[in-house]
Write a protein that binds this ligand. Structure first.
Ligand code: ADA
Length: 554
């Protein structure tokens, strides 16, 4: 499920493989993880389906079922009893089942990718909501008392690295437990004896310095294994290993500061999408995307518009690609935000995103609510709640939101970083610099002054292979011109601290909802590479600009 071993003690079993699958009153075998749209009879299927598999447990045990992503809504059954309901394709969830008897056990998932009022975030949109168990899944055998999670927060004091380490333990049995927690990182080992009441959770906190570690930076991404082990009567009963890095990210005036140095973010927006595979992207293709982005000189990726596969985040940690990760919400107007499920579904998404992704050093920004109703007082309340929720879970990273509510946004005082999506040369006719400066002046007068500013989306569409000496819109030449004109201004403007090109690769869009009118071939064609990752003419333009621009501003 991850790019490194997360347990050496706890037994973990992958459930990736072939599952029994039924949809449209037919039975199939379906690979997991995969989107069902990969099957020739389900290419456009928006509906319900069922997945089943059987596991064998050799002795009575506690089980933890783990699903890293099911698109987009599922009810999980264990031997016909419903044990979980989960909404949102893009966040992981788990189910703990106590005292499961030895023998065969059936796991069954009813899954739907349908749009209705029940789904406030997955809806007809400028990307595709696929169906299926689209990310890895598995189960674990848990002892009665186990390590539920670890939160690692690095900090630097007087030139020495420190970290706050919070470990969450859970006792799922009916009696009190007396355990010892041992945490090891590099040459440091910490230990604590803990009494934990029946059926309860306990937080164990350490603050520790680490004299011999090296910083995680995007040009030298040093990673360390954080090994937590739990002992009962001197016998190890459980473990949880996470991988961490020592880095700080701060906002200072108009700058983003990584490990004390002002950085310039050169990024791409990326959808998790590929022909044939939909959003269930294999690791080697994730890596190819990273190679391509890095080849063009990028140092960052924005996970537009939802939390990403943890393996992708692991790879970003490994190669030093900075990540803006955001909750799931794109282009929602006030009536969409007033869907009775909206607030709860956003809250769940943010909680699951931060709870699971907190330790990735590559994540330097939490984003929310891309292009939502930030121009309305009702919308402002929801932005406020979401920023507060993020800060209550993580004070160590700045927040932002990509806005398109030009001259109307009333939320610019709230995020740490102001971000705007401005499509000069595509949706906007005015010259790039004038358009930006007009908007920036307004932003500064309306709550967004003295904060870093990120150009979070800009670009234009090009159909791969449509070459046009007249350099018109939709041609590769036309796109290359837009990218050249915008990057020439944005990379050299003292008021801009980062750019995310819209977008890395072309992506499939939903057919319903009128998208066909502006999205040739049912795709958003603003990719610098097409959906097969073939470079368009603008590839070299980005590469020239991004590689010439330094990562650091000081
Ligand atoms: C918006 C939106 C993107 C995409 C883009 C476009 O800025 O945030 O998801 O739809 O517009 O291509 O128009």
């Amino acid at each position: 499920m991850r790019m490194y071993e997360t347990h050496k003690i706890r037994k973990t079993v992958s459930l990736d493989g072939m599952w029994d699958f039924s949809a449209k009153e037919k039975n199939y075998k379906m690979p997991v993880p995969a989107c069902w749209e990969s099957h020739p009879e389900l290419l456009n299927y928006r509906g319900k389906a069922n997945y089943k598999t059987v596991i064998n447990i050799d002795k009575e045990s506690n089980l933890r079922l783990v699903f890293k992503g099911v698109s987009h809504t599922t009810d999980v059954y264990f031997n016909s009893s419903k044990v979980a309901h989960h909404y949102n394709a893009f966040t992981p969830f788990d189910v703990v089942l106590k005292n499961v008897k030895a023998g065969n056990q059936e796991i069954s998932l009813d899954v739907t990718n349908e749009f209705s009022e029940a789904s406030a975030l997955h809806k007809s949109n400028d990307y595709y909501s696929y169906g299926g168990i689209t990310r890895p899944c598995g189960y674990e055998i848990l002892p009665d008392c186990y390590i539920k999670n670890i939160f690692f927060t690095p900090k630097k004091e007087n030139n020495v690295w420190w970290a706050d380490i919070k470990v969450i333990l859970e006792n799922i049995c009916e009696s009190e437990k007396n355990v010892t927690l041992k945490v090891t990182l590099d040459d440091v080992s910490l230990e604590e004896n803990i009494i934990i009441k029946a059926n309860s959770e306990k937080e164990v906190c350490f603050t520790q310095n680490f004299k011999n570690v090296h910083s995680w930076t995007f040009d030298d991404p040093n990673l360390y294994m954080l090994n937590c082990e739990l002992f009962e009567n001197n016998i190890v009963i459980d473990d949880l290993i996470d991988r961490v890095g020592f880095r700080t990210v701060e906002v200072k005036g108009e700058h983003i500061v990584l490990n004390g140095r002002k950085v310039f973010i050169k990024g791409f927006n990326r959808h998790e999408d590929m022909p044939e595979m939909g959003c269930a992207i294999p690791v080697q293709m994730m890596m190819k995307d990273i190679w391509l982005m890095k080849d063009m000189g990028a140092n960052s990726v924005r996970t537009s518009h939802y939390p990403n596969d943890e393996r992708f985040l692991d790879l970003c940690d490994e190669v030093g690609l900075l990540v803006w990760e955001e909750n799931h919400a794109r282009g929602l107007y006030l009536p969409d935000m007033q869907n009775p499920n909206f607030e709860r579904q956003c809250e769940d998404c943010i909680r699951e995103m931060i709870y699971n992704h907190y330790n990735h050093p590559s994540i330097i920004i939490w984003g929310i609510l891309n292009e939502c109703a930030s121009e309305t007082p009702e919308g402002r309340e929801m932005y406020k709640k979401q920023y507060e929720q993020i800060k209550s879970m993580d004070k160590s990273r700045p927040t932002t939101s990509a806005s398109c509510r030009y001259y109307e946004d009333i939320c610019l005082d709230m995020p740490d970083i102001v971000s705007f999506n401005i499509y000069s040369g595509w949706y906007f006719e005015d010259p790039v610099k004038e358009e930006f400066e007009k908007q920036k002046k307004w932003i500064e007068e309306n709550g967004g002054n003295n904060k870093p500013f990120i150009m979070s989306e800009f670009g234009g569409a090009a159909m791969y292979g449509f070459r046009d000496p007249a350099r018109r819109k939709w041609s590769e030449e036309g796109q290359a011109d837009i990218i050249n004109d915008t990057l020439s201004v944005y990379l050299n403007h003292e008021k801009i601290t980062g750019t995310y090109i819209w977008q890395f690769c072309d992506c499939r869009v939903t057919e319903e909802g009128g998208w066909f009118g502006s999205r040739a071939c049912m795709r958003n064609n603003k990719g610098i590479v097409d959906m097969y990752r073939r470079p368009k003419l603008s590839y070299d333009v980005v590469k020239r600009h991004y590689t010439e621009k330094s990562d650091y501003l000081d």
